[in-house]
Each structure stands twice: as C-alpha cells, then as structure tokens.
Write a protein that binds this ligand. Sequence first.
Ligand SMILES: NC(=O)c1ccc[n+]([C@@H]2O[C@H](COP(=O)([O-])OP(=O)(O)OC[C@H]3O[C@@H](n4cnc5c(N)ncnc54)[C@H](OP(=O)(O)O)[C@@H]3O)[C@@H](O)[C@H]2O)c1
Length: 254
Amino acid sequence: MSDASPIPLAIHGAAGRLGAAVLRLALASPACSVVGATVSPRSNQLGRPLGGEGALSYCEGLDPSVMPAQTVVLELSRVEALPAHAQQAATEGWPLVVGVTGLDGASEAALAAAAEQIPVLLAPNFSLGIALLKRLAQVAAEALGPEFDGAILDVHHRHKVDAPSGTARALAEALEGAGRTVPIVSQRVGEVVGDHTLVFAGPGERFELRHQAEDRTLFARGALAAVTFLRGQGPGTYTMDDVLAARGGKAAAP
Ligand SMILES: NC(=O)c1ccc[n+]([C@@H]2O[C@H](COP(=O)([O-])OP(=O)(O)OC[C@H]3O[C@@H](n4cnc5c(N)ncnc54)[C@H](OP(=O)(O)O)[C@@H]3O)[C@@H](O)[C@H]2O)c1
C-alpha cells in the first residue's frame, strides 16, 4: 500500500530559479512538508524565513539531528556542491533526487557511490513530456535506420551555465544507442525556459519532434513527482523514465 503521509522534503539551492519554483509549490502542497532549504553561503536569503506555515529559515546546510527519518533530498544547487550533498544523503539514508545538470566526473562518482546505499534519481529534465520525447526518439531512430541522420537543437535562456543541456546529451545518447552520431547545436538566448528539437533527415524527407517548456512550474511539478516516486524505493539509480512508467506508461525498451 502506498504511503499517503506528507513527504519530509529538503531542497538544496532553494533560492535559485528552479529551487524557488519548487519551494513555492512544495510549501503549498499537502503532499510535502518542507524540512530544510539550503542556499549558498553568499546568499542574502540566508537566515530569512521560508514563508509558509512553518518556522523554518533558509540555511547553509542540512543538520541531520533535526531532519525527520524519511526525508527526501532534492538537489537543485550547483554541480560543485553535489559530491558533498550526495555523500551526506548516503550517510544519512536520505533518498536523493538530482535535478542539477552538467555533471562532472567527481559528481558522477559521488552519485554512483551513493546509489549503492540509497535510491538516487537523476533527472536532467523533470518534464514528463521530455521523458516521452526520449522514448519517441528511440522508436523513430530504430524505425528509420541509418539512412536518416539525426540532429538536436537545444535553446535555453542566457543564464544557463552548461551547454549542451543535460537533456540534449541524454537525447543524443538515446539516439546514438540506436546506431548513429547525433550533433547538438546549443543556443543561449534571452529568457527561453527550454526548447529541444530533434530533427531526422533522410532521402527526400525530414521531420521534427519538438518539446517546449513554457513555464518553470513544469519542472517544479515534475520534481515533486520524482520525489513522490522515490520515497520507498530501494538503493539504485532511477530516471524520469521510471516515474513515467510508474504513472501507467509502458517502460521504454532497454
Ligand atoms: N532537471 C530539470 O528539469 C532542470 C530544469 C531547470 C534547471 N535545471 C538545472 O538545475 C540547476 C539549477 O538551475 P537554476 O536555473 O535554478 O540555477 P540558479 O538560479 O543558479 O540556482 C542555483 C542556486 O544554488 C545556489 N547554490 C550554490 N552553491 C550552493 C550550495 N553549496 N548549497 C546550496 N545552494 C547553493 C546558488 O547560489 P549562488 O548564485 O549564490 O551561487 C543558486 O541560488 C542547474 O544545473 C540547471 O541546469 C534542471
């Protein structure tokens, strides 16, 4: 039977663009209870109240002595902070949802080590539409065969640190697994929330699969869906594909 009690949720990077959107949604959601919200040591939010009904303030780190046992941690800060956060989550037995993108060797190693002890969900994109796009891309690539070239266009706002996006990389990996090399073109312009276009071009024809994120609350909703999914899972690595499958969609072909 599924546990319907509110999920104790701690958010790293709670004052960032994505973190603030998730925090707003989590504070308003009966499905979660926010038990921690970290910001960078430089943040002018440090020590300020989070809002909502509780008496919590933004803090610099999570204190295990005050975290409930079933806490789920959402990592939305920066890749540099990730190894320490992953190590703490593994030590404390807190399931970890990672929304940060542009992972480097140190963070990948820390996450792989953590996944031996706790459930870790890696989501370079919290959109369920993107999870579906990835499946459709695999189906198209396999059906079309090597006569069709693939390419990915990744357009994001000018503040985005990494290029190509984590989503574009994941889509390229999915397509390359089906036997082709896929170039990625990245543009960082204005305030675009996130567009990904897959182009397939073959003899005499061309078609596109496109996803446009219109509003950051899309990612916030997906992040909370990932948190809900991860509660109660065993150690290991999960993705938004597992969240999509758990909602009734068929699992992607391996
Ligand atoms: N998975 C998805 O669907 C999705 C969607 C959008 C974005 N993202 C990714 O999520 C990450 C955050 O994106 P964003 O647009 O929200 O960036 P952002 O606005 O720069 O937010 C990151 C926040 O983390 C803070 N931070 C830095 N070090 C920290 C630490 N040690 N502890 C706690 N907080 C710390 C930063 O503070 P300072 O500015 O003071 O350093 C900043 O407020 C990026 O990797 C982005 O690519 C993922």
